[in-house]
Design a protein around this ligand. Structure first.
Ligand code: SF4
Ligand code: SF4
Length: 379
């Protein structure tokens, strides 16, 4: 793993052009240069030169980041802001006592037990029972998994949120019931994003290595329905020897579009789509909607702007998180959609936050899989 000093040359590539300010959702609200990569790089360059100390104040600005990567997409110098911010975060956290507490809660044993407890609570909650009824499935059906003629072998990276909210299994079962897809679900660890965000690179390395080892078998595609997991899995090759490529790693939406599945809805529905910042390609969405009868797609303004959640960002920056979610929700309201569809469990929380804050009780927030599973007929 690199140290901040190793990024000295990269940091000095910043020409202070300010292109990142145009793209950064945080800068748009704060107008404070320290909250966008340009300002962060000036501070971190000062640290590498020994002119500044990696202080609590600088850490505050490191945390004021959605990790959306939009600044890097616009950066003419091609600087990878996320890699540098993660490295700086790690170096700062190493100097604090808080990191010992966080590392304890993120250790494999404690973290995986939290996920198991969350899953147990959900399974026994009223919400879980109601959702089972909605899908018309029983616990017994849930265990008979989707194995057909093995035409396409798909490795499913569920992600931690989907482990806690196991309905994604049922949605998949309903959608792919008549499809020739074999779904393999090895015991993956967390993708590692929560560890990266807290600068816990040791734990990130542990989870990444477990996941890479699980991929050491034959499969056609590695598939997820969490855009954050997707981007983290793709980032492994920056740190480790691994062959996860964007050709091999897909979203469930890509598979549904590839199989050209058709969905029949009895009643007319209006839908809109939120593109998660971490979703690399959303071309599947319009293809799928064209294959849905009785569904009208209304594209919202700024459909690819952040939802404002971004994991621990929402906890550390409540005011900013709410402001970004509200702006998103206003664009949703203008579509008058019955459903806002997305493909990231964290975005679902950000979208719900925005709808709650703007008093929108009409629009339901759903994952793509959940939406398609309510179709009356799949063929
Ligand atoms: S990653 Fe996103 S929020 Fe963070 S500095 Fe870049 S554009 Fe701003
Ligand atoms: S876009 Fe890149 S080069 Fe320009 S100010 Fe931002 S970080 Fe620096």
């Amino acid at each position: 793993m690199k140290t901040l000093k190793d990024y000295e040359k990269e940091l000095s590539k910043c020409s202070k052009c300010g292109q990142c300010q145009v793209a950064c959702p945080i800068y748009k609200l704060t107008k404070n240069d320290c909250t966008v990569s340009r300002g962060k790089f000036i501070m971190l360059h000062g640290v590498t030169q020994g002119e500044l100390k990696l202080s609590k104040n600088i850490n505050k600005y490191l945390d004021m980041c959605l990790k959306c990567g939009k600044c890097s997409d616009f950066c003419p110098a091609g600087i990878d802001a996320l890699e540098i911010i993660t490295c700086a975060k790690q170096e700062y956290m190493k100097t604090t006592f808080l990191s010992k507490i966080i590392n304890f809660f993120q250790s494999k044993l404690v973290f995986s037990n939290f996920i198991k407890i969350g899953e147990l609570i959900f399974r026994h909650s009223e919400q879980g029972l109601l959702r089972n009824k909605t899908l018309g499935m029983t616990e017994c059906e849930e265990s008979s998994y989707i194995t057909k003629e093995n035409c396409l072998s798909v490795m499913y990276f569920k992600g931690c949120v989907n482990k806690v909210l196991p309905d994604s299994d049922k949605y998949l079962k309903k959608i792919f019931e008549k499809s020739d897809i074999e779904i393999i679900t090895p015991d993956f660890d967390c993708c590692g994003l929560p560890f990266l965000s807290e600068g816990n690179l040791e734990r990130f390395e542990q989870s990444a290595k477990t996941n890479i080892a699980n991929l050491n078998t034959s499969y056609d595609y590695l598939v997820t329905d969490c855009a954050s997991c997707e981007s983290t899995l793709l980032s492994y090759k920056k740190y480790f020897d691994c062959n996860i490529t964007s050709e091999k790693l897909l979203n469930w939406g890509d598979i549904i579009a590839l199989k050209d599945l058709k969905f029949e809805f009895k009643h007319p529905l209006k839908v809109t789509f939120h593109k998660p910042c971490h979703l690399k390609n959303d071309s599947f969405f319009e293809k799928i909607i064209q294959n849905c009868t009785n569904v009208e797609y209304i594209k919202m303004n700024d459909y690819d702007e952040c939802c404002g959640f971004a994991g621990s960002f929402a906890l550390k920056n409540r005011g900013l998180s709410k402001e970004i979610s509200k702006n998103k929700a206003l664009n949703i309201r203008n579509t008058n959609a019955d459903y806002v569809i997305t493909s990231c469990p964290a975005c679902i929380l950000g979208l719900k936050q925005g709808l709650f804050l703007t008093g929108n009780k009409k629009t339901k927030v759903v994952s793509l899989l959940e939406f398609l599973s309510i179709a009356d007929k799949v063929y």
